[in-house]
Design a protein around this ligand. Sequence first.
Ligand code: ZN
Ligand code: ZN
Length: 433
Amino acid sequence: MAFCRSSLLLRRALAGSRRTAASCSSSSYAFRGQRRYSGGEGTTISAPGYHVNSGSSYMKGSVFWEKDKPITYEDFEMPRPKANEVLIKIKACGACHSDLHVIKGDLNFPLPCILGHEITGEIVEHGPHTDTKFIQRYPIGSKAIGAFIMPCGSCFYCSKGEDDLCEPFFAYNRAKGTLYDGETRLFLRGSRKPVYMFSMGGLAEYCVMPTNGLTPLPDTLPYAESSVLGCAVFTAYGAIAHAAEVKPGNSVAVIGIGGVGSSCLQIAKAFGATQIIAVDVQDAKLETAKTFGATHAINSRKEDAIAKIKELTGGRGVDIAVEALGGPKTFQQCVQSVRGGGKAVMIGLAASGGKGGIGEVDIIQLVRRKIKIIGSYGGRAMTDLPKLVELAEQGVFNLESAVTRRYKFDEAAQAFQDLANRSIVGRGIIEIV
Ligand SMILES: [Zn+2]
Ligand SMILES: [Zn+2]
């Protein structure tokens, strides 16, 4: 879900963590080091095996205040789970373009908020009156993955098995930054100022999540790399399995080889696509695309991507094209790359409204050639996430190659800066502990 124009304003907003040699880009911007850890003040919950109980306790969380202001680290009251919710000690969280959309002001979201929506962690507390079957499945101390779409489990769409369209998730979380009782679980220590949750608010030491968004993480899979299953791979799976319905032998083009696009390549291969064409503007990403299963690579800065895709497919175009960038030009590229009767699947979020989020379609081509344009936001947590875990366990999906850069908790702003600079091939993850 990319939208990657870097700007001075964006750089200001991203300031707030120090650079490291491992994550330096060519940008000359100097980060201002806005960390506000309070050191020994209060209770820091970091001891392995610590389980929260009813006593007062605190955590650190990264706060995005508003556009052009640095991300800071603040003390929070320990979040409290309610019925059918769980408190998780977060181990890792991916850096995604959706977070970047909020940082850049392209996506409206209540502020201040904790970003981060692609997590793994350890179960530390169950909310009161939580279903006993869930408690048995997720005992205290067990490992779990959280999907960024956290289904309510009972709305019109969830009851049809289409929990990627869950009504309360969009009405409360995406629109209001809360869970489904209309309240956030995040309050600053002392002032109790409410801070909103982008999904679960994963760039913190702890988070509260509705139980329906979780899947157990087996001991055979690592915390850090597995976090990508909760958004990048989850989004790719939703697009390839439900929107595109890729079948063995299909030809698939993926436009934009970031965290989600590279996951689309791996999932398309797993579904039996035989011709997999990666399109990007960076040779480094295209080179890596081959390790994810791409059979062909097109640099759309050097070649006409549509003409080349047609040349590779007998003049017709691919069965399925996936757009993982979110821009009017790549939207058109995607539609024009498919054969008659083909599917153009859009998964890149664009800037809202008139800021570049409107794509144009050639109506005659659409009608005569029976082109299907399909939007896809993510996968289905309750049924897809367990399958993704299996794919990763069996090595069909290679988690290690999907994660290409690691950051520490206090380097979150740097991760987003690198993402904005398009310098991350694959996915960058932030290790919390
Ligand atoms: Zn995401
Ligand atoms: Zn629902």
